[in-house]
Design a protein around this ligand. Structure first.
Ligand SMILES: C[S@@+](CC[C@H](N)C(=O)[O-])C[C@H]1O[C@@H](n2cnc3c(N)ncnc32)[C@H](O)[C@@H]1O
Length: 276
């Protein structure tokens, strides 16, 4: 049964036993310099002030509605904020455990240097590029449509990696590999094409920066064993928890936002340990 904790993750992490967690995935704020908030809008029929056209040329006006509170993603010293938390992640990771840090190109290179210092360069295993294609496309530079996920292991040679458990993807040129292979598909490389959480789909919780379940399920299936504990200490809407329980793993989720914790509790109610 999983657990969800509200509060700053650093003090919570300090209470966890050394070497006790087989899989950690975190998706901290990216230091975008913005308040992350999902903007809700409604459109109202308005022939006079309408700012967009709809069916049969009718005019509609767009109104912005108040959304959920969101969270601050502005840091004077982002690396100074991350450093003690990454250090704790290393401490609580079990001897054959894996650690995943999800960022984007703004901060990932600095974080890589920091993690090399904490884990040792030999413990760096992969930089996974999560590539998607959604939203506005810049015309003045290449549209930035990927995130970076760094994978480190506590031990450079002894770690869990069940590639056979991974979902398979289609070949780019199926005709070149024959019918049988094409039907089976192939395992992915370190570039993962996966759509974002659809703003209108069933998976959407309404929490800003929610990550797709498909990406998290791949990590959980390949990098942990059934029954293992999966920790996410920047858990947001609880995607890691859902990926864990769907695959027979336990979860421990932390977040400092009341709104995030409320969303997680609702999303994972079936699988969450009740507070005494
Ligand atoms: C990018 S979001 C995580 C989104 C999540 N992966 C999902 O799929 O919904 C980052 C989260 O970190 C939380 N956070 C920021 N600082 C924190 C801290 N010091 N302790 C715990 N959580 C924190 C924010 O409230 C936010 O929910």
């Amino acid at each position: 049964m999983g657990r969800i904790l509200l509060g700053d993750n650093l003090s919570r992490l300090k209470k966890l036993a050394t070497g006790s967690v087989p899989l950690i995935y975190i998706d901290p704020p990216f230091n975008t310099g913005r308040i992350q908030k999902r903007q809700r809008i409604r459109t109202i029929r308005d022939e006079v002030h309408g700012d967009r056209s709809g069916f049969a040329g009718k005019r509609y006006r767009t109104e912005k509605l108040d959304g959920p509170a969101g969270y601050h993603d502005i840091f004077d010293d982002f690396l100074g904020f991350l450093q003690p938390r990454l250090q704790e992640a290393y401490r609580v990771l079990s001897p054959a455990g894996s650690f995943f840090l999800h960022l984007d190109p703004r901060e990932v290179h600095y974080a890589k240097v920091m993690l090399d210092g904490i884990f040792g360069r030999e413990c760096f295993q992969n930089e996974i590029i999560w590539a998607y294609d959604y939203g506005a496309r810049s015309k003045s530079r290449w549209p930035a449509k990927h995130d970076n996920i760094l994978w480190y292991t506590k031990d450079p040679a002894n770690f869990t990696f069940h590639l056979d458990e991974c979902d398979r993807i289609p070949y780019m040129a199926p005709k070149l590999v024959g019918e049988q292979k094409a039907a089976k598909g192939k395992t992915p490389t370190d570039v993962w094409w996966h759509t974002i959480v659809s703003p209108t789909g069933k998976e959407k919780t309404g929490y800003p920066t929610q990550k797709p379940l498909g990406v998290l399920e791949r990590i959980v299936k390949v990098h942990s064993n059934p029954g293992d504990l999966v920790l996410d200490f920047f858990a947001g809407s609880g995607t890691t928890g859902e990926a864990a329980v769907r695959n027979g793993r336990d979860f421990l989720l932390m977040d400092s936002s009341k709104e995030a914790v409320a969303i997680m509790r609702k999303r994972l109610a079936k699988w969450t340990r009740k507070k005494k």
